[in-house]
Design a protein around this ligand. Structure first.
Ligand code: ZN
Length: 194
């Protein structure tokens, strides 16, 4: 028996609750969790060190450390409840909802881990900068590095491939070694966050 995949924006047919594409998307999210849990532990510890000292560095407000610390702790608790195998989720009626939640947790945790500057990205400024210094299309790994260096945006090659698969991003030059315009990648990144 075949039915439509239960993911909102997906019309693939499947015999389970998630189609093969959504299972592999979910697996990509799940695979990021073990490293994130380690990084979150560092984030939580770092905030703990800052707070009692009253912000010894002088630059950080002591009061602002508490919510971030709790966020990091809560996210790591949430992420711990996620399973290891996306295939196991595919049998569950609420698989699409779980996948959405897990992607949300991972995205938020990655923002926390990469530091506060990533949360205050000025999209308008980045776009203006991109328009002034248009670097032109480049291969996946170069776009990843370029956005990290110039825009402090941390994405992975896997993100880019996922966005292409989900029609959120189109390669300038498709094929075995596709190239992307950083501006398009930035838009896809922004779209997946709102
Ligand atoms: Zn699907």
């Amino acid at each position: 028996m075949s039915q439509e995949c239960t993911t909102d924006d997906c019309r693939n047919f499947t015999t389970e609750y998630l189609c093969t594409r959504c299972v592999s998307d979910l697996q990509a999210w799940l695979d990021r969790i073990p490293i994130l849990l380690v990084e979150l532990r560092v984030t939580i510890a770092r905030q703990d060190n800052v707070r009692p000292a009253g912000g010894g560095g002088g630059g950080s407000k002591p009061g602002s450390a508490a919510p971030l610390n709790l966020d990091a702790w809560q996210l790591s608790e949430n992420l711990r409840t996620a399973g290891k195998s996306a295939k196991d989720y595919a049998h569950q009626a609420h698989a699409a909802g779980s996948a959405w939640l897990i992607a949300d947790w991972v995205t938020k945790a990655e923002l926390l881990v990469s530091g506060p500057e990533a949360e205050h990205v000025n999209h308008h400024a980045i776009k203006t900068k991109l328009a002034q210094h248009d670097p032109g299309p480049m291969p996946t790994s170069d776009v990843v590095k370029w956005l990290k260096d110039k825009a402090r945006i941390h994405i992975t090659s896997m993100d880019i491939r996922n966005w292409v698969r989900r029609d959120k991003l189109t390669a300038i030059e498709p094929g075995r070694y596709p190239t992307y315009h950083p501006y398009d990648v930035l838009n896809a990144w922004h779209d997946t966050r709102v």
